[in-house]
Design a protein around this ligand. Sequence first.
Ligand code: GLC
Length: 547
Amino acid sequence: MQGTWWREAVVYQVYVPSFADSDGDGMGDLRGITGRLGHLAGLGVDALWLTPFFPSPWADGGYDVSDYRGVDPRHGTLDDFRDLLASAHDHGLKVIIDIVPNHCSDRHPWFTEALASAPGSAARNRFHFLDGSGPGGEEPPADWQSKFGGGAWERTPDGQWYMHIFAAEQPDLNWENPEVAADFERTLRFWLDLGVDGFRVDVAHGLRKDLEPPLRDTRGNDAAPLNSPPQGDDHPFWDRDEVHEIYRSWRKILDAYEPPRIAVAEAGVSAARLPLYTRPDELHQAFNFFHLRCPWDARSFREVVDTSLDGARSVGTLPTWVLSNHDVVRHATRYALPEGTDLTGWLATDGREPAPDHGLGRRRARAAALLTLALPGTAYLYQGEELGLPEVADLPAGALRDPMWERTGHELKGRDGCRVPLPWQREGSSYGFGPSGSWLPQPEGWGSHSAEAQSGQAGSFLELYRTALRLRRGFRGSGSLQWLDAEDGELAFRRGESLECRINLGDRPLPLPEGARTLLTSDEGGTGGGMLEPDTAVWLEPAPSRG
Ligand code: GLC
């Protein structure tokens, strides 16, 4: 288990700015997390993934790093990190941290040096600086689009342009430069030597680019939402074969530690190419965004589950399952939105925004949790999903911090609605998030979702998750998934002899099998009358005779 704990684990994503604030500056910090480890151990997760807490000017919530081997004062100190790590390990929790290798901050010393240096210099060669096109180089070198809106090139005062897939404050690094690769290896070792158990690799599919002149225009095939796969092969900057060399060298570093450390890729690529990132000599896991994006429909879920299992099997591993993260609309809201709604830049400001039915979203989110936690592989939970938190859709314009808001000319509000600081208590300033306010405003009544309000309450989201994670420990490792006959709109499968999971994604109640004992139901009203209501799921102890 020591070396393979990650294969069927539950990993809890801590979005550091919004988890818990210990010092009252309104911003989550490492000591805040240490103080709340009891909640996570009690919930029953195996590991935490901490989003970036490194020094950063915060042009993109910390994903613009200006020093990869330090801690931002707003989140604490390196000693706070050491304490958090030691305390997490004492609680039996592993700790994975984020590494952001595709780009750094425009205030990183390398970029400052590059701007101060001449075109063609070694300092510029750590990034992608190019001359523009058109008369006088006035036009960008190609039509490439930033994921946050607008073009992917920024002009510097001397007339050259530099590439940024994300905000202009996030210049892309040149991974063909051995100095860049060597510095990241140093960063990996720095944190591994401190004792971290692994890394989550930001934008793992973007590191290598084809910048051979003439640059190829992408004609809009890069404007898709964050983490949706590019169309077709041979894109000039997404999912190039050369990225795999990087992960082969990283794997050697991870394997040199005892026990070996792990890495999980954030890679928005096709289902056919995702397993390449988790070949035995590369990274250990990759987030399953197909599961996250799957519409509320039995056939679609079944297809995603089969494709994910087959893909992972082809490289000798198990898939991951993800419903939410800090980049998408929380699934307790999302499942009540019309299909096709943009999940990252959700909420336009022109009145197009749909009004979701929160009751429906919650019901489906509870059912989706039982489906997800019954599947073979590792589940990644996003902080607050265990509380059933909805998206905060009505943040005032003045509070928005996501660069998408400015870069789309205020057309899209961006991702702040899923990043609102957690409520820990019913009452009090920032509902227990910290001793004073919070960096994003929490809605009125946010405390009704708090851990305090739900703890010990039968039928609450929190107790559903606690029970599910406890039961899961009993059946994980119990083999592959076996589909059972099911009604239209229903999914039913077994994990070995110990668990049967049924979920009703249709619109009429379905009979539950006779003789099976209900271990857990997502239905707040219980499984009265032996029926499986629409938008609910159950875990059953299978009756021995059926198969
Ligand atoms: C990843 C992160 C996202 C960030 C982007 C740029 O997609 O999850 O939050 O904005 O990378 O680093």
